[in-house]
Write a protein of this length. Structure first.
Length: 69
């Protein structure tokens, strides 16, 4: 059995490697996101939540019931 490449790495290091793999900004040290990047990430997360609810609902009527009035 092979060892995981993430063994002994911090979560920050793992995320940094992921970002580098996709040619995204990856600072050497943790830092706050700028407003534009924070909003982009929030939008992607919201999109994933909508996709999760849609997949969980099974049909459009049940999905619409998940949405706020």
């Amino acid at each position: 059995m092979t060892e995981s490449k993430t063994l002994g790495k911090t979560q920050f290091q793992q995320v940094r490697e992921f970002h580098l793999g996709f040619d995204c900004p990856a600072p050497e040290e943790p830092q706050a996101l700028n407003d534009k990047l924070a909003m982009n990430r929030a939008a992607f997360i919201m999109e994933e939540v909508v996709e999760l609810l849609h997949a969980t609902a099974g049909n459009d009527d049940r999905f619409k019931a998940f949405l706020p009035n």
